[in-house]
Design a protein around this ligand. Structure first.
Ligand code: SF4
Length: 409
């Protein structure tokens, strides 16, 4: 990682731009533990020593530590890895189809194949969606429903055509359940699906669909989706092929604190084996227009507590994202003080979260995002999809542009 914030710096998909000596950088000063119980204090000392905590300790910390202390610890871990840099990339979300053969209870996006609201983009329509933004983005992010007719040929043609027309764009696409669905539709093994997708231009995989990695919870909120083990094994297969991925957690439905912490533990155990997760994205359930009235919903306290616990538990996943599309500007800015280091960049089309009630404006200019970052004391840094190129946000076009789009502030 560059020591000079005015520079660009390259990295690799494993280090993803972080200071690898982060454990030695943890600042254990300025933490007031006078009102903290002894058993919580001993967990905090472990964290500040850079030692991994157990599931039981994570549950205790989540449930019994006051939020300002939790925020302070998580922020110190973030600062040890990334100083005060806050990362964003400039991407476009294009959801290729809303047709889905499943009907997850929390989903406000899917439509049945015969619905009047159903759509399925042709390759030309997909490229037309990118065209107006081609000079402003470095990534196209594509996820959608489980189409009842499409096989892998649609996607290999789509990715090849995208790379041919826009070679500067990185493609982040397809969640684990979409990959599983493509394997079934195409009569292929997961490994072969991933290989074909990679060869046609897929650069990385988003983490969507993890929900809560507990099959009892999954059977209630997303029956028919991949099992917890399938989610993990699909990501493992991607990592083994050199495809970096993100991972997520949808919280605030019916899960317990322990189920959230166990979810994080499952991810870090896989990461110990593969080192292929680059970013964890925790986001709360948004209730509007969906079919899960029993959801407990997450308060602001709980959202920030969960972000902080993500940073503390996931000691081997570099980035924690503040998912602005879902959290809104106010909470997402606060999340950057609770251990998150990454925030959504310019997103010009996003249908899933907006149908579920998200109110964040879609066409935010980069300067707004830079202001949001600076107001919490951060230094905005552009990154590419797989966290291998970084550049401090500048007001003027840089002369050393190496593929990242120009950011104006
Ligand atoms: S969450 Fe995904 S798999 Fe589930 S219904 Fe919605 S689009 Fe389909």
């Amino acid at each position: 990682m560059s020591s000079n914030p005015s520079e660009s710096w390259p990295s690799n998909v494993f280090e993803a731009g972080m200071d690898t000596n982060w454990k030695e950088n943890i600042d254990d000063k300025f933490i007031d533990l006078n009102n903290v119980k002894d058993d919580i204090k001993s967990i905090i000392f472990k964290v500040l020593n850079g030692t991994r905590i157990t599931i039981d300790e994570g549950v205790k910390l989540h449930d019994e530590c006051d939020l300002p202390t939790l925020a302070n610890i998580a922020n110190k871990l973030k600062l040890a890895r990334f100083s005060n840099y806050v990362f964003f990339n400039r991407n476009l979300h294009v959801n290729q189809t809303n047709v889905c053969v499943l009907a997850c209870k929390f989903c406000a996006f899917r439509e049945g194949p015969k619905s009047d609201e159903a759509y399925s983009l042709s390759i030309e329509e997909y490229l037309n969606r990118i065209e107006p933004y081609k000079n402003h983005i470095s990534e196209v992010h594509t996820v959608g429903g489980l189409h009842n007719e499409w096989t892998i040929e649609y996607y290999t043609s789509l990715f090849s055509a995208t790379k041919e027309k826009y070679p500067h764009l990185q493609i982040k696409a397809l969640t684990a359940v979409e990959i599983k669905h493509l394997a079934i539709m195409s009569g292929l093994e997961i490994h072969d699906v991933l290989k074909k997708l990679k060869n046609s231009g897929l650069d990385s995989i988003p983490g969507g669909g993890a929900e809560i990695l507990d099959d009892e919870v999954r059977n209630h909120i997303c029956k028919g989706k991949e099992s917890s083990n399938e989610y993990l094994s699909i990501h493992k297969a991607a990592h083994e092929l050199g495809i970096p991925t993100n991972c997520t957690m949808l919280f605030g439905t019916i899960e317990t604190t322990r189920q959230r912490i166990v979810h994080m533990d499952k991810l870090r155990l896989l990461q110990d084996q593969t080192n292929g997760f680059q970013c964890f994205v925790p986001y709360p359930f948004l209730p509007d227009k969906t079919r899960l009235p029993e959801a407990q919903l997450a308060t602001a306290n709980e959202i920030l507590r969960t972000v902080a616990m993500s940073r503390i538990m996931l000691d081997n996943i570099p980035h924690i994202k503040s998912y602005r599309m879902n959290l809104g500007d106010d909470i997402s800015a606060l999340a950057l003080l609770h251990g998150a280091d990454d925030i959504d960049g310019t997103v010009s089309h996003e249908e899933i979260m907006h149908k579920a009630g998200s109110t964040t404006p879609l066409d935010q200019i980069d300067a707004d995002l830079a202001n949001l970052i600076e107001q919490i004391g951060g230094v905005p840094v552009e990154r590419n999809t797989d966290y291998t190129i970084f550049r401090k946000f500048r007001k003027l076009p840089p002369s050393d542009n190496k593929g990242l789009p120009v950011a104006y502030g």
